[in-house]
Design a protein around this ligand. Structure first.
Ligand SMILES: [Mg+2]
Length: 391
């Protein structure tokens, strides 16, 4: 029997060359907590938590003592142990992200031990190519927030993206103009989604929905606060635009709330926050048994992207039909060195799709040099490429 014998955390940071912002606040750096879980035979797995990195790290430290000596094959047993240890004081939130990071690392270990990819371990790969949508079109300047829209959108088109998600939440009239402008730039054949990051009240969101109906919006993400399940449902009934949400939701119990209230057309659990792959699999069963689509939220390093690729490869097509509709991966395109440089092989988009990794576990290796740079253990070398060249 294999035993877990160490759990190490890494808080990675990278300062952005150019700040950007959305309806809530701005970004000047990317910061992510990743975890390495190792076993007594030397096998190890990587995981990632979504949320404030130092707090995710503290959560992982909290769970550590309960997990040393456990058999990593028993991911559900370990998951339940962590859940019970945190239930009384953290039913939702960042401690669940810490559980998620550890859980993901266990799936990576399991895959390596059994010689299977995570997609295979989840039950099998329904599709080997996943269609990414570009998450971008953030605001760049306070006075002229959409200054670079044309350049950015044209870049995505050139790269082969078939779908683009833009930020809204600046106010109804400004959003309306920006949506109009972007639809004009991308033309009628590109899927266009909007995301307000819960910037609006119910009545504002409804007004915006009605005004943007002519622009063929595939979904309106987080139109209102995630606390208002019933308002979501009212909005959904009155809007012709599909409503999406769930990146701030946790565990199957939280998603059950969303689904029971008929709040959204599409749920968007973040696998690095909602309880890991173990819980995301349960959430997908809940979604499919209620006819709700599921398109996971991603925002982080390439570890999180790999996790999502495997998960999406295993999602059932409901309803099934000969010509299956596309299954989407959220592919953030904002500046993020932790997404580009942390792992190999690099994620590549070809002909508008990304291939699901086939090697055992998550199918990635963490680049040790990158780890040293982004945990600031290597001083005086700012550029990863320079460091790699030197080696
Ligand atoms: Mg979002």
């Amino acid at each position: 029997m294999k035993k877990i014998n160490s759990i190490e955390t890494f808080v990675l940071k990278d300062s952005l060359e150019k700040n950007f912002f959305f309806s809530q606040w701005g970004y000047d750096e990317r910061s992510i907590c990743i975890v390495k879980v190792s076993c007594d035979d030397g096998t190890y797995g990587w995981g990632e938590g979504y949320g404030p990195a130092k707090i995710v790290e503290s959560g992982i430290d909290f769970f550590k003592k309960f997990l040393i000596g456990e058999n990593p094959i028993n991911n559900e047993v370990i998951w339940h142990k962590m859940y019970r240890k945190s239930l009384d004081f953290a039913r939702r939130g960042v401690l669940v992200a810490s559980i998620s990071a550890i859980d993901i690392a266990l799936w990576d270990i399991k895959g390596k031990l059994l010689g299977l990819s995570v997609g295979e371990l989840l039950g099998g790969v329904h599709r080997e190519n996943i269609v990414p949508y570009a998450t971008g079109m953030y605001f760049t300047e306070k006075d002229n927030p959409t200054k670079d829209y044309k350049i950015e959108a044209e870049k995505y088109l050139k790269e082969g993206f078939k779908a683009i998600k833009m930020k809204v939440g600046l106010g109804i009239n400004k959003d309306l103009n920006n949506i109009k402008e972007l639809r004009n730039i991308v033309g009628p054949n590109i899927k266009l989604m909007i995301d307000s990051n819960h910037a609006y009240s119910y009545s504002e969101a409804l007004e915006l929905c009605r005004k943007i109906e002519p622009y063929d919006i595939s979904w309106f993400e987080e139109p209102i606060s995630p606390e208002f399940y019933e308002q979501y449902s009212d909005l959904r009934m009155k809007s012709r635009i599909p409503i999406a949400g769930g990146e701030c939701e946790y565990l199957r119990f939280g998603f059950n709330q969303i689904i029971k209230n008929k709040s959204v057309d599409i749920i968007q659990p973040d696998i690095c926050a909602c309880g890991g792959l173990t819980e995301a699999k349960r959430i997908s069963a809940l979604a499919s048994s209620n006819g709700i689509d599921i398109i996971p939220h991603t925002w982080g390093s390439s570890i999180g992207l790999h996790v999502a690729l495997h998960f999406i490869s295993n999602l059932e097509s409901i309803p099934g039909r000969m010509n299956e509709s596309d299954f989407y991966l959220e592919y953030d395109q904002t500046e993020n060195a932790l997404r580009e440089n942390l792992t190999s092989p690099k994620i590549k988009m070809k002909n508008g799709t990304i291939l699901v990794p086939k090697s055992p576990g998550l199918g990635l290796e963490v680049n040790e040099e990158a780890l040293n740079i982004y945990t600031k253990k290597t001083k005086g070398i700012k550029n990863l490429e320079e460091l790699i060249k030197q080696n």
